[in-house]
Design a protein around this ligand. Structure first.
Ligand code: HEC
Length: 274
């Protein structure tokens, strides 16, 4: 808890340093930077960097290392008779579902123009913006004219051979010619405000992390009901046994990874501003 407070304070201090424009207000302790506004485009970039790290951790440390010690991951992970965890795209979907259950206007979604699951197909304005991502490889930021939401779409790239082979071989995939490093889809974020205060951005990152925790806890609950349940504690599958980190251990690792990613992102944004 103490460490966590320190991390958040550290981020606050950095945000003040990076975003406050002259003349800088004298921040009161605990309310630091309350007057700072951060354009939503930059806030989305911070959230997207968090999401990249959480997904990388899930993919490498739980799915990748887990398979080597006998754990399974499957698109039908939610079915009771299937003893498996969610594939990376489905872990994101579960995170998004957990987010929906919280009282927040923040949403996120992983879609594509050639999805395995038809419900993941981009439509309307998002389909047009995704065509732009395909053409340029660049993230897109725009206002949803129908719902007046701010929207950011970040390319989701085939970063590993497994992305390509699994999608190409899948019976429901409309394409069988995906190639390595191709843009396969986009993580898509929406929020109603055009800018947020520093405090609001920190709240949004907290909501995002709580959603990740919720998704992970749901997997642990399923794993506990397996016929031969893995031991849940401080150890990770990379330690070579059929074990899973507890929700606290998993989130500590996510926090560590995302906090440094967030700090780096903020530095990038500040540099780009100068
Ligand atoms: C073992 C199979 C498998 C692997 C590996 C895999 N995916 Fe998927 N992916 C799926 C399935 C199945 C879905 C549909 C999930 C659902 O029901 O919403 C999906 C969904 C997606 C979607 C949403 C659009 C759609 O197709 O429905 C994107 C984008 C995506 N994956 C990208 C990736 C990327 C990038 C990687 C590698 C980093 C990857 N996938 C690895 C099986 C896989």
């Amino acid at each position: 808890m103490f460490l966590r407070a320190l991390t958040l304070l550290g981020l606050s201090a950095l945000c003040i340093y990076l975003f406050v424009t002259a003349p800088p207000p004298l921040p009161e302790e605990g309310k630091a930077g309350a007057g700072t506004t951060i354009p939503m485009e930059q806030a989305f970039a911070v959230l997207a960097a968090e999401n990249d790290e959480a997904r990388r951790l899930w993919t490498q440390e739980i799915v990748g290392a887990g398979k080597k010690v006998g754990l399974s991951f499957d698109e039908d992970w939610e079915r009771e008779e299937v003893e498996a965890g969610p594939l990376p795209a489905l872990f994101l979907k579960e995170t998004a579902r957990q987010m929906q259950r919280m009282s927040t206007d923040l949403t996120f979604f992983l879609g594509s123009d050639a999805p395995i699951k038809e419900a993941n197909r981009f439509e309307g304005q998002q389909a047009l913006e995704f065509a732009e991502i395909r053409a340029t490889g660049e993230p897109q930021f725009f206002e949803d004219t129908e719902h007046q939401d701010q929207v950011a779409m970040f390319p989701d790239v085939a970063s590993a051979a497994a992305c390509v082979s699994c999608h190409n071989d899948h019976v429901d995939s409309p394409r069988d010619d995906w190639t390595l490093h191709e843009v396969m889809g986009a993580t898509t974020w929406t929020y109603p405000a055009k800018a947020v205060s520093l405090e609001e951005l920190l709240q949004l990152t907290e909501i995002y992390r709580a959603s990740t925790r919720g998704a992970y806890e749901r997997y642990l609950e399923m794993a506990a009901s397996f016929e031969d349940p893995p031991v849940i504690g401080d150890q990770w599958p990379r330690d070579g046994e059929r074990v899973l980190p507890s929700a606290d251990a998993f989130m500590e690792a996510v926090d560590r990874a995302v906090s440094s990613a967030t700090v780096l992102k903020l530095f990038d944004l500040a540099r780009a501003d100068r």
